[in-house]
Structure formats: C-alpha cells, structure tokens
Design a protein around this ligand. Structure first.
Ligand code: GLU
Ligand code: ZN
Length: 483
C-alpha cells in the first residue's frame, strides 16, 4: 500500500476547540502508527473571519501537545505553501478548468431568486435544493444577465447518481442523488469556497485518508463529486464521533468548556490532555484509560474508533491529569509549576537558588494531592510568603477562636526549643503538648496550627510544611496568629 498521508486542516477562526484538537490528535496518531505523513494545512480563505492570532494559537496548540507535523506551516514540505491564502492561483486555475470541461458553470441567480424558489419547493413539499436553473444558459441570457450587472457564482454540475463510501468509522454510507444539488464552489466576488479548496488541496497533497468530525459528514458527497470531476483517486473517509458536553448536548465551539486554551491555562498537562482526548471515541484496550502519546501511536487503529457520541467529562479529565502529575519526576513537576507560581505572583520572574531549592523540597508534599498545576499557587503560596503572609479570613474566623488561639500558643511553646526542627520532631512535640497534655482531638488540635502557619485549612502536610518554613518563620506566624 502507498504511504498513508493524513491532514489536519483547520480554519484559523477563534480559539482552538476540543473537537478540533481531538481531530488533530487522531490524524497524528494514525500517521505515526502507519509510518505515514501528517500534513498540517491552514484553511484561511475566508479573510473576513480568519486571524493571524488564531493561526498562531493553532500552531502553539499542536506544539504544546507534541503533535509534530511532517509538512505544513513553519516546517515546509514538498507541497508548499500550506496556507490556502497563498494558494489562490491553484484554485482559480482549477475552477477555470472545471468550467472549460463543462463540469462547473456560472450561475447568475440572485439570493432573492434562490430564496423564492426554495419557498415554492417547501410549499410543494419538494427538497429545496438548487434546481440547475443556470446549467445551460444561452449566450443571449448570459449577455442579458451581464448587462444587468449580475456577478455569477460558480457551481459544480452534479452527476446523476447516488453517493456511496465505506466510512472507516461508520461503515457503508449512502446518500441519494437528489440530496446533493449543484453547489457553489466560487463566490460572486471570486473567493473560492471550502467545497473547492479542501478537495483540491487534498488531491494536490496526495491525501489518502480524511479523518474528521462527524459535523462534516454532509460535505462528503460533495467532495466525492469534486474528486470525480477532477479525475482524482478518492481517499478513504472516516468521521469521528460528536463530542457531547454538559447535559448531553453537542459541545459547540461557543461552549466555554470547548475552548482548549482554558485547559492550558488551568494547568492541565499536555500528556494528560492527549490521553484524555484520545478517549473521546477511541480506546486502547479493555479497561485501560491511562497511556502516553507514544503508546497511542503504537496502538492506534481507526477501526477501533467508536461511532457513537463521546462524552467530554471534565471530572475524568481532571482525574487523569492528577494521575499524570503523580508520574512526574520531582524536578520536572517543580519546573512545570513554576510558571503558575509566577503568574499568580507567588514567585518573581527570576527566582533565587534558595527559592528553587525550597520549591523542589515542597514538590513531593503537593504532588500527591494536586489535580492541576493551577492549584500550585494556592497550595504553595504560604511557603514563599514573607511580610505579605496573611491568613485566610474565613478560615481564621472558623478555627482561630478562643480554643484555637490557646492551641496556637501551646504549639508555639512546644516547638520553640526543639533541638532539631524536623517534621518528626515537630509532630511528636505537638502531639504531646496538644493531644496528650491538653486532651484535644488531633483534628481540632492541628487545624488552628495549620491555619496559623499556612494561612489555610487545606494545605500540604503540616509538619513537613513547618520544617520547610523553618523555626523562625513558623514561630513568627504562630505569634502573629495569637495576637
Ligand atoms: N477547514 C475545515 C474545518 O475546519 C476542514 C474540514 C475538513 O477536515 O475537511 O472545518
Ligand atoms: Zn442559477
């Protein structure tokens, strides 16, 4: 078999969204699995909607996920350029050739005329598609339309037969002839449409497999017609299932949870996002939900893609992220938390050697319980705070009451003169003074101390935190609280 060539060809409008990134991932995995090529193409022929910022976000997203592309923007390749806005001459030539061959034609119908005919069709209960009105205009008719100043669109002349394809995901597909009327491929202003440029480029770039979302299912018959008109071999199509969001509604581009950037900003790991997105329609095997990008590539098979809708479950995605966080080496996790600590002002842009050491020492304390890197500032902020250290007012109100303050004072006295200020020594001293001597239950005993020292009721383990803070700072905070 020839080399597999797949493509990811988004339009750069808005933010990358979950469904789109899943499509990129599946194409990448298929290319890597088969030793084929992953082509990245930018479909930016709609100048009114496309933006450079969105283009950059797409590039950044693929890089962030480590989905490397063999051909495309930034890396080049044998079919350059890979941005459709730079390939307009090809589309113009192709449209002209299709017209010359009688496979496409100019249509002079105005939007009002089309709407009128659609209305009539609806009343007569017929399918409201274009009826081929301009298929064979005489020269006089054309001359008259031109005199009226009408600018024609270009339509493809659909052959009279049904459409069939064996979908890689959905099996045998069949669309009846009358459901696919002659469609527009070039706008009146000369702008080529998706219906033209997408298959033209798939042909030019030798694409063998088209894996894309189910929302594009209805464009497949038109693309088959375009291949036929171009006399080009037809690729295999595979349509990935819808992604459902909250309330089992189709996740739409406009839903906030579909914006891929939010996951980056909240501190999901690329490993975890790739892992979770892979589960939206694919499975690596029985009961296995945790795997790396490489493992996905090794195992990926389109025939295992499930055609039924996939549910985007943020809880599960978060849990997988936590699992990935726990696999990281301490240094690595510290490096990944750093930008989040800096973003929230816990650490400065440049950090001292001592701060880095402290961060490394504190990392194992949070690694066990952290779900996203975005939680790092909340969990670790107390360690790096100095004069600006403050106790959460709610927690203070709840726990630093009269008994709480008594506990805090006793705690301070118990650890002030420890020969070694280590977690173990702190723990035994506090147990002895608070639980044994004062007879307070451990939870009630350590809660106020925790709030005093870390500023919050929920924090990394208390005794280790005090050790990391050091004697002086721990005592300072205990004193601060008891005032
Ligand atoms: N530019 C199209 C889109 O983003 C590509 C669809 C396709 O994969 O054919 O919807
Ligand atoms: Zn017409």
């Amino acid at each position: 078999m020839n080399q597999v060539r797949v493509r990811f060809c988004p339009s750069p409008t808005g933010n990358p969204h979950v469904g789109m990134v899943r499509t990129a991932l599946f194409n990448w995995a298929y290319a890597r699995h088969t030793g084929g090529a992953f082509v990245f193409r930018i479909e930016d022929t709609d100048s009114a909607r496309d933006s450079e910022q969105s283009y950059q976000a797409l590039v950044d997203t693929l890089r962030w996920l480590h989905l490397d592309w063999d051909e495309g923007p930034e890396v080049g390749g044998p079919h350059e350029p890979y941005r459709q806005s730079q390939r307009l001459a090809l589309y113009e030539r192709t449209a002209a050739q299709l017209i010359a061959d009688g496979k496409a034609y100019h249509c002079y119908c105005t939007p009002e005329e089309l709407e009128q005919r659609r209305e009539v069709a609806r009343q007569e209960k017929r399918a409201p598609g274009y009826e081929g009105t301009c298929r064979s205009l005489t020269e006089e008719q054309v001359a008259r339309y031109r005199d009226e100043g009408r600018q024609p669109v270009v339509r493809l002349r659909m052959p009279d037969h049904d459409w069939h394809w064996d979908d890689l995901v959905r099996g045998q597909m069949h669309v009846r002839d009358e459901h696919v009327p002659d469609f527009v491929i070039v706008r009146a202003n000369g702008e080529p449409l998706y219906t033209l440029v997408n298959p033209v480029d798939d042909v030019a770039m030798g694409i063998t497999h088209v894996l894309r979302g189910e929302d594009l299912l209805s464009s497949t018959p038109r693309q088959l017609a375009m291949y036929e008109a171009l006399g080009a071999p037809v690729p295999r199509f595979g349509h990935l299932p819808y992604v459902m969001g909250e309330g089992n509604k189709k996740l739409s581009k406009r839903d906030p949870e579909s914006n891929f950037n939010t996951y980056v900003e909240q501190g999901f790991l690329p490993e975890a996002m790739a892992n979770y997105l892979a589960l939206l329609g694919w499975s690596i095997g029985e009961d296995r939900e945790f795997f790396s990008l490489q493992e996905m590539a090794d195992a990926f098979d389109v025939s295992r893609v499930n055609p039924s809708p996939a549910r985007f479950d943020i809880k599960k995605c978060t849990a997988i992220n936590g699992d990935w966080i726990r696999t990281l080496a301490v240094d690595d996790l510290a490096d990944r938390m750093l930008p989040f600590l800096q973003r929230d002002g816990v650490l400065e842009e440049t950090i001292t050697t001592e701060q880095r050491e402290l961060l490394i020492q504190a990392t194992p304390l949070v690694q066990e319980r952290m779900e996203t890197l975005g939680q790092a500032p909340g969990m670790l902020g107390f360690l790096f705070a100095a004069d600006d250290f403050a106790v959460d007012p709610d927690d203070a109100q709840k726990l630093l009451n009269e008994q709480g303050l008594q506990v805090v004072r006793a705690a301070s006295a118990a650890v002030a003169d420890l020969p070694e200020f280590t977690a173990d020594a702190i723990q035994s001293a506090l147990r002895e003074a608070l639980v044994d001597a004062m007879g307070i239950k451990p939870k009630l005993a350590f809660g106020p101390v925790r709030v005093a020292v870390t500023g919050r009721r929920v924090s990394p383990p208390l005794f280790e935190s005090m050790e990391l803070l050091g004697r002086e700072e721990s005592l300072r905070r205990l004193a601060l609280a008891s005032e």
